[in-house]
Design a binder for this molecule. Sequence first.
Ligand code: KIV
Length: 263
Amino acid sequence: MAEKVTVTVLAKMKAEGEKITMLTAYDYPFARMVDECGVDMILVGDSLGMVVQGESSTLPVTMDQMVYHTTLVARAAKRAMVVGDMPFMSYQTSVKDAVKNAGRFIKEAGAAAVKLEGGAAVADRIKAISEAGIPVQAHIGLTPQSVHQMGGFKVQRQEERLLEDARIVQESGAFSVVLEGIPFEIAEKITKTLSISTIGIGAGVHCDGQVLVIHDALGVNEGHVPKFVKKYKELAKIAREGITEYVDEVKSQAFPTKEHSFK
Ligand code: KIV
């Protein structure tokens, strides 16, 4: 079996200039495909709320839901590193809550790392979780859990603040940082400045790696997708064709045939 992706492997990839791939997954079948296709990291994102649960933001997602979905993904992932995304209010309330909830992803769900949103404001959480022996991926720029504070899902352009946040999350012990919704020149500067890997989503080609929400990338999500998404396939279209064919065949009694029946 191929070498398991760990923080050490990721550090080596950054040092050698090999791009890192990350996709989200929320269940066993998708996680298995993602893992077997060679994706390096699987994020069990709190985007779960929007693409699986049908919510309009990530805010309602709970810790128990994240632990459940991470368990399904971790069961499938043989090579990829599984990262559990800490949901809204699972780490903002206190350092103690942050460490306790990060621990649940590792102990109950089988993740190898956690991700949380924020820069300088969550430096003490990143430090405490890392000191507990849990690898932390930070997430700066457009941070969906702060949608109300940002006044919507908007590109973040404050260069000095972004550079400062990136520096602080690295100093606090993060092994990697997601850069979401920021101009590509700023993402390039951050990537050149940091020794830890930057994983971009809507942050241009110069990041050390890329992440996308799988339901967006494969066209499972039929709603609005942000400008930064590339749709690699149209799975919803294929599924609709199959479902419609099934309905027609049952109605017309073309299914089941003898082939699908017992004597
Ligand atoms: O929840 C998620 O899927 C994420 C990615 C968009 C980075 O945080």
